[in-house]
Design a protein around this ligand. Sequence first.
Ligand code: NAD
Ligand code: DAU
Length: 355
Amino acid sequence: MILITGGAGFIGGNFVLDWVGLNNEPVVNLDKLTYAGNLQTLQSLQGHPLHHFVQGDIADRSLVSALLAEHRPRAIVHFAAESHVDRSIHGPGEFIQTNIIGTYNLLECARAYWSSLPSSEQAAFRFLHVSTDEVYGSLAPGDPAFSESNAYEPNSPYSASKAASDHLVRAWHHTYGLPVLTTNCSNNYGPFHFPEKLIPLMIVNALAGKPLPVYGDGQQVRDWLYVKDHCSAIRRVLEAGRLGETYNVGGWNEQTNLDIVTRICALLDELSPSADGKPYASLITHVADRPGHDRRYAIDARKIQRELGWLPAETFKTGLRKTVAWYLDNTDWVRNVQSGSYRDWVQKNYAERQA
Ligand code: NAD
Ligand code: DAU
């Protein structure tokens, strides 16, 4: 079996759903259920013999050690993190705690467990750390895309905490021989994406007739990848990645934020026209920029293609249409995640950004 951390979040949830659909191998899913974790995402797995959910913190050493001893996984796939840049600006403490201390704890538990395995199981064991392209910092317009040899230049508390966790993972391989793999992926989008992030926020705001808050001039560039393609890349790296290596994962799909929002509005005009007949794009509002906002990310994904034969399956056009349709079809999921704490966050992040 495999142990997943953060499998009630956006990417981890999609990964668990896909894994159970594709493999006959059990998953233990350890998740603290922070504001970003949601068991409704995993509702279709209720009572499923291959899925075992445990609510708990990756920083809880006795819990993690006990889970490893009890379930004896052949791999750990580590998604759990605080993941939102804007929240890291308002409050970096949780990011240091989970992304750095939590990862450190997981590595130590994994090392103790792995050291105790018989040699054949030791050789087969993998610790796969899921990380981000944001560790590389920001690109100027003509710069080449991030490759695995780029220097780390994180700019936000979030990306600095992820960079720190990547360094810990690397060190546990070089110093202790722990069989690790790291993936650094670009921006994901798709089903079950928490509506604090750009694409789902714009969809749910538009449908509620609320302003669509574009930070600054909206010309920042991100490289978008459909979440199921990220999951297939992780499965491929887990299966065949070279130990100690890092793999950049991306969609070869650079878009400005303003283009993304405009495309979402056009899809909604087609699939769910507004009651007053106005185009959704009339809701676009430029607001104060994110402090330290990275201008451009772009991933050079040639290594994972060359070494492991991985390529994304979804185009942005089909992936965005599927995503918008998913939000239109899953209004219960959206309503449930828009709890009191979600409304508090929206107030905190947007109230002081003058249009
Ligand atoms: P998310 O915020 O949607 O989910 C994070 C999950 O981790 C939640 O279910 C939460 O409850 C859980 N969690 C948080 N702290 C925990 C703790 N201390 N112990 C146990 N569980 C805890 O995040 P996501 O967007 O699914 O991202 C998953 C991973 O992928 C993160 O490591 C993130 O850095 C990385 N990543 C995300 C993107 C993206 O575009 N979203 C891109 C590249 C990499
Ligand atoms: O690049 C990978 C990263 O992508 C992941 O590591 C992070 O976990 C994930 O959250 C994401 O980070 P971003 O900061 O790029 O994503 P976000 O959706 O927050 O913002 C995308 C872009 O949209 C960014 O340039 C900021 C802008 N934005 C965002 C929000 C929420 C707006 O203009 N308005 C908004 O209201």
